[in-house]
Design a protein around this ligand. Structure first.
Ligand code: PEP
Ligand code: MN
Length: 253
């Protein structure tokens, strides 16, 4: 099982930066790109992404890079219908992680080639995370993503619960578990070591925010890696052994 790296901007901002990012990822052999156009912002005054205008960007991306898989967060079934033609991985964000109706209905609508990526709720226990996964018609088609939880610690945006990986993998080694070092740490400088840690702890992959010009990113600029740092991190990552859970026994849920 290879370690899967998903990378891309927090939000797609326009066609040019989308294409630039896709071309860069392809040059490094990265197979899956973050490509969100609907942003669930905590403050309603914040920019909420390209929304429906972004559908054309997704279409252009898919037509220009047919074998690059795209991940897009959806807030609702309406969003899903707008993007499903172009998207391979449907993301359910932390703010919707216990929207069981959405999980259930999206899972029923997935094409064979599509997967759900469920972010852990910021106040969710591992057990609740697993429970949410089991609202899906086929829980194996739900990748779980540890993206940091709220604790008393303020040095990072959230607290990365790295032990959630061995806990989830020991419960069921077939569940794909991802780590999001971007939303957990919230700070570009902290992200490279966390990417390496994700592989060492046996996660199935990471989902990382990168941007061609991080300081100009319209959302989450503080945590966006520049291309050079990302490339150097990928090189370092190739030397890290990937822990596997092949010999753990699967306990029933
Ligand atoms: C994201 O990945 O774009 C995002 C908003 O993450 P989360 O839902 O984990 O905050
Ligand atoms: Mn973000």
């Amino acid at each position: 099982m290879t370690f899967q790296v998903i990378a891309g901007p927090c939000s797609l901002e326009n066609c040019e930066m989308a294409i630039t990012t896709a071309r860069f990822l392809k040059s490094l052999g990265v197979e899956t790109m973050r490509a969100s156009i609907f942003k669930m912002r905590t403050c309603p005054k914040s920019w909420r992404g390209l929304e429906t205008e972004g559908v054309d960007v997704l279409k252009t991306l898919k037509e220009s890079f047919p074998d690059l898989k795209l991940v897009c967060e959806v807030r609702s079934l309406e969003d899903f219908e707008l993007v499903t033609e172009w998207i391979d991985v449907i993301q359910i964000g932390t703010r919707n992680s216990q929207n069981f109706y959405l999980i259930e209905k999206l899972s029923e609508r997935l094409a064979t080639s599509q997967t759900l990526l469920l972010k852990r709720g910021m106040g969710m226990t591992v057990k609740e995370f697993r429970d949410a996964q089991h609202y899906a018609a086929d829980p194996n088609k739900v990748w779980l993503c540890e993206r940091g939880i709220r604790t008393f610690e303020k040095a990072t945006r959230n607290t990365l619960d790295i032990s959630a990986v061995p806990v989830l993998k020991s419960e069921n080694k077939n569940t794909k578990v991802f780590i999001d070092p971007s939303h957990s740490s919230g700070e570009a400088a902290y992200i490279p070591p966390l990417i390496l840690a994700a592989k060492a702890v046996g996660a199935d992959g990471v989902i990382v925010e990168i941007h061609p010009e991080p300081q100009r990113a319209r959302t989450d600029s503080q945590q966006a890696l520049d291309f050079k740092t990302f490339e150097l991190t990928m090189e370092k990552l190739s030397h890290v052994p990937h822990f596997t859970y092949e010999n753990t026994t699967s306990v029933s849920w």
